[in-house]
Write a protein of this length. Structure first.
Length: 338
């Protein structure tokens, strides 16, 4: 096994370690996922910068569609996906990397894409480096941060290769979240980190020790994001999940049409600064469905993960998709799987 494959295997071990940490922190949390009469009870993994679930809850879209929703907040979407393993939540959303990891290890299905794999959204992923680093070539021999269980190692691999730096020429440092990366970059314990969102970009940009070097839109990587749940839960609550998708779609449209009110909701519920919500909102509109682009993104990253030993046992992607629900909700937004 060469060094590159060894490092990728280490990422997978770190990903499993994240699951164990979430398990300890989550205690004996139990998801609901039960149909009570005509209403579906769901615990939903969320993060503090995602507007869709908060608007769906606060503006009554969940209630309108018969969903009793409880939002459970996590530091990253990947942690939310991992929490499915210990039944802390019923539904999670996340990037291709943690979704594929989850379906490779358990009986879960990806049942919709958010439609946010755009150049504009990619431009919000900023690369911050220590001040003395002038170009990507200067990253050789440096310590590069990644949030455990996320797609960032894949982003590093692509970015470095495009700039003539081998993965074996750097040291990847797994961290629990952006706050940990911020402290480490400030102290000089790491040399570079990818960061997402207006709040964090401003926070990292204010560091005297760091500067912005690039952003993800300048790479071929686009961050596909999807929804995931246990296959059994989806199969036993088909109409409930169709209504769930409709609630999210209405919430996304409402958020885009009412940015000031959405910013007020985010500040009230998760203390997200209003100006940050207003900056982030137009760059990440959810358009639920499942396109050729979403499928190609998942397939390409699955192949990468299998080739590099991150996923140990290959699988047929179509077997891990449940598109009947989103096809019923939005028939004109879903590809026909052959």
């Amino acid at each position: 096994m060469n060094r590159r494959q060894h490092m990728l295997k280490q990422w997978n071990l770190l990903l499993l370690g994240t699951v164990l940490v979430v398990s300890v922190l989550g205690g004996c949390g139990k998801a609901s996922g039960e149909q009570q009469g005509s209403r579906l009870q769901l615990k939903i993994a969320d993060i503090s910068t995602n507007t869709v679930f908060q608007v769906a809850s606060n503006k009554g879209f969940f209630d309108k569609h018969g969903i009793d929703a409880e939002l459970v907040n996590f530091a990253t979407p990947a942690e939310g996906v991992n929490s499915l393993f210990i039944k802390q939540v019923d539904v999670a959303f996340g990037a291709d990397f943690p979704l594929l990891n989850a379906v490779s290890k358990g009986d879960y299905a990806i049942f919709a894409s958010s439609g946010t794999a755009t150049d504009l959204s990619a431009s919000e992923w900023k690369l911050f480096v220590r001040k003395e680093i002038e170009s990507a070539a200067d990253l050789k021999g440096k310590r590069l941060s990644f949030s455990r269980g996320t797609f960032v190692p894949y982003l590093w691999d692509v970015y470095l290769a495009e700039n003539g730096v081998s993965l074996s020429d750097v040291e990847l440092i797994g961290q629990g979240g952006f706050d940990e990366a911020y402290v480490a970059l400030k102290k000089g314990e790491i040399d570079a980190a990818w960061v997402y969102g207006a709040v964090l970009n401003e926070k990292f940009g204010a560091l005297a020790e760091a500067k912005e070097l690039s952003d993800m839109s300048k790479t071929p990587v686009r961050l596909g994001t999807g929804l995931i749940a246990a296959k059994e839960l989806l199969d036993s609550n088909k109409e409930g999940f169709v209504q769930f998708l409709k609630a999210l779609d209405e919430a996304s449209a409402y958020a885009q049409a009412n940015p000031e009110e959405t910013a007020d909701i985010m500040y009230k519920e998760v203390k997200q600064p209003k100006e940050a919500t207003l900056k982030d909102l137009p760059k990440n509109p959810w358009n639920l469905g499942f396109t050729d682009k979403a499928y190609a993104g998942l397939q390409g990253q699955k192949d990468y993960m299998v080739d590099n030993g991150i996923i140990e046992k290959d699988f047929e992607l179509n077997d891990k998709l449940n598109l009947d629900l989103v096809r019923e909700a939005f028939p004109d937004r879903v590809i026909d799987l052959k």
